[in-house]
Structure formats: structure tokens, C-alpha cells
Design a protein around this ligand. Structure first.
Ligand code: NAP
Length: 314
């Protein structure tokens, strides 16, 4: 059923880019709706502490997400918890189809759908997801108090979450496929100084092993010597990057080979009036602050687009 209401702007996704877009859109007096299938905050809800949001030396990710959501709601932003099924670009307006058959009409759209953790794709990973295999230390770390865990990855997420897990677990094996970390220097120094973290360089995981009682360990392979080994552990936390969620991106939208949407400096895609903000957009640095900045840019550009459309109406 198509709604007769025509929104100025619909934002899909309530992470830092979507919520910031909501704040700027409401301040620009756009008739705006924000839709997200989950809780406002997005990936911030899976982050223990954020230490690089200017003005807060340290703040929990979920606290920052909740603060952004209440800031946006203070301007009257409507946030709907529902799943978007499809987006269809149009000339007069764009259509947003929801999971229960409802169809919304809007002059402009900001897609801020982010993405999800990349999978290792090894035997034992999918079968043990939620039973010892996790992609979120803040969500599942609690279950590994005084136990041994393996963390996989060498970026900021793996380093940050290893430090978080070291506060809970007895031992953390940090398994990285190279001999140097990709993550930032401050985190590297902290990880190297943490006695509970043992780093296994040049090592990949070939299988996650389990029995009736849960995870028993991982099978490893040295990337230099080819030597095979085993690490006994109770849980495996995987932080090997991110896959953009481009499932709602309409056909014909310009994307790069990794599935990120290519936009111009206004965050606008090649479909006029459809903008992409946050981690789904091709860009150099993916941080909460760059996601928020995208949200600001996209909302300002959407406001200008809507204004032009209304000025040029017959
Ligand atoms: P990332 O920076 O892309 O790092 C992924 C890590 O996983 C890399 O070390 C990579 O190894 C490794 N990896 C990738 N595929 C693998 C595979 N199949 N098997 C084994 N290892 C694999 O991802 P991220 O750490 O999730 O961070 C994503 C973005 O968010 C980054 O831009 C990061 O700076 C940002 N972030 C920032 C903060 C912060 O500032 N506090 C916190 C979290 C995330 P190689 O190094 O060999 O490629």
C-alpha cells in the first residue's frame, strides 16, 4: 500500500551518519523519517569505549549512540524501528518499501546502512556462531570470564577488543596473519604491554574446533613455515574487517569493486536525490567522526536538493 504522504527526506540507518543526518535535517526543517531495523547507534552499540570522539576523552559506544539518538529526537525526528526491503529510485519521488508491504514516498533519501563484520569462512565458524564464535566483545565477552579466548585480526578493532577481553579473560591469544599490525600506534603499544595478551604473528586459522561442550580450540597454520598447530581456547572473537551492506542500493548505482558506493563530495550517488553516508560510502577513513561528517554533508545537500525541487514545481 503506497502512502499518500510525500516526505522531504527518508534516512535509512541509525548509526552515527544516519543520526547526524537526522539532526541536520530537522534543523533544516525537512519533513524527515529515519528507519532502522535495530536499535539506534548501529556499530557503536558493539564498541566498548570510544576515545577519539572530540570532547569526550572516553565514552562507551552505546552511550554515545543513545546521546546522538536523543539529540535527534529533541528536534522532533521520528525514528521508526522497521526493516526496509527495497528502494526504488524515481523521477518525481523515490519509493521505500517496508517489510510489511507498506510503500513510502520521498523526495530525497540518505542510505546510511553501514555493514557487517567480515567472516573468516573456515570450518566451524558458522556452526559455532553464538556458541563461542563472536564478532562482538562487548556483547559476548562476559561469557568468557576467567577463560581463554582467541582474537583474530590486526586492525584497530582486533587490538581494541583484545584489550577489552584481557580485562575479562585469563588469556587472550591475538592471531594475526602478518608480522605487523594495521591498527593505530597507541593501541599497538597498549596491546604489546598487556601481559594477558599473547600474539601469534604470521598465523592463520584453518578451523574452529568444538565438541558437545562448546569450542575446544582452533587449528592454525604458520604463513611462513607452513607449520600446523593447535591453540586450546573457549571462545573465538573475529575482527577481520567489514563488508558494506549494499543490499538496498538500487541497481545502476555506481559502486567500487569492494561493494562501497561511490558518491560525489556531497555524498550524492549517480541517482539525483539519493545520498549515501557513513561506512557504506567509498572513502579513505572510516571512523565515527567521518560517518557523522558524512551525515551532516548528505543532509545539507538533501535540503538543497529538496528546496530546488520545490522551487521548480509547476
Ligand atoms: P581493518 O582495519 O580492515 O583490519 C582488518 C584486519 O583483519 C587486518 O589486520 C587484516 O590483515 C585482517 N584480515 C582481513 N581479512 C582477514 C582474513 N581473511 N584472515 C585473517 N585476517 C584478516 O578492520 P577493522 O579493525 O574492523 O577496522 C575497520 C575500520 O574501522 C578501520 O578504518 C579502522 O581504523 C576503524 N576503527 C577505528 C577504531 C578506532 O579508531 N578506535 C576502532 C575500530 C575500528 P592485514 O593487516 O594483513 O590486511
Amino acid at each position: 500500500m503506497t502512502s499518500s504522504h510525500l516526505y522531504d527526506l527518508i534516512i535509512v540507518g541509525a548509526g552515527p551518519s544516519g543520526l547526524t543526518a537526522g539532526i541536520y535535517a530537522m534543523r533544516a526543517a525537512l519533513d524527515t523519517l529515519l528507519i532502522d531495523k535495530g536499535l539506534p547507534g548501529g556499530q557503536m552499540n558493539n564498541t566498548d569505549t570510544v576515545e577519539n570522539w572530540p570532547g569526550s576523552e572516553t565514552i562507551s559506544g552505546s552511550e554515545l549512540g543513545a546521546a546522538m539518538a536523543s539529540h535527534a529526537k529533541a528536534y522532533g525526528l521520528e525514528i521508526r524501528q522497521q526493516e526496509v526491503r527495497e528502494i526504488e529510485p524515481g523521477i518525481d519521488c523515490h519509493l521505500v518499501r517496508l517489510d510489511e508491504g507498506e510503500e513510502l514516498r520521498t523526495l530525497s533519501l540518505i542510505i546510511a546502512a553501514g555493514g557487517s563484520p567480515r567472516k573468516l569462512e573456515v570450518p566451524g565458524e558458522a556452526e559455532n556462531y553464538g556458541k563461542g564464535v563472536s564478532y562482538c566483545a562487548v556483547c559476548d565477552g562476559f561469557f568468557f570470564r576467567n577463560k581463554t579466548v582467541v582474537v583474530v585480526g590486526g586492525g584497530d578493532s582486533a587490538l581494541e577488543e583484545s584489550l577489552y577481553l584481557a580485562k575479562i579473560a585469563t588469556k587472550v591469544y591475538l592471531v594475526h596473519r602478518r608480522d605487523a599490525f594495521r591498527g593505530g600506534m597507541i593501541l599497538q603499544k597498549r596491546v604489546l604491554a598487556e601481559k594477558k595478551i599473547e600474539i601469534r604473528w604470521n598465523t592463520v586459522i584453518s578451523a574452529i574446533n568444538s565438541d558437545q561442550g562448546g569450542i575446544t580450540g582452533v587449528s592454525t597454520e604458520d604463513t611462513q613455515s607452513g607449520a600446523k598447530g593447535q591453540l586450546a581456547c573457549d571462545g573465538v572473537f573475529i575482527f577481520i574487517g567489514f563488508d558494506p551492506d549494499n543490499s538496498l542500493i538500487p541497481a545502476g548505482t555506481r559502486m567500487n569493486a569492494d561493494g562501497y558506493v561511490v558518491t560525489d563530495s556531497k555524498c550524492e550517488t549517480n541517482h539525483p536525490g539519493i545520498f549515501v553516508a557513513g561506512d557504506l560510502r567509498e572513502k579513505y577513513v572510516k571512523q565515527i567522526i567521518t560517518a557523522a561528517a558524512d551525515g551532516c554533508v548528505a543532509a545539507q545537500a538533501a535540503a538543497r536538493y529538496v528546496e530546488n525541487r520545490k522551487d521548480n514545481q509547476p
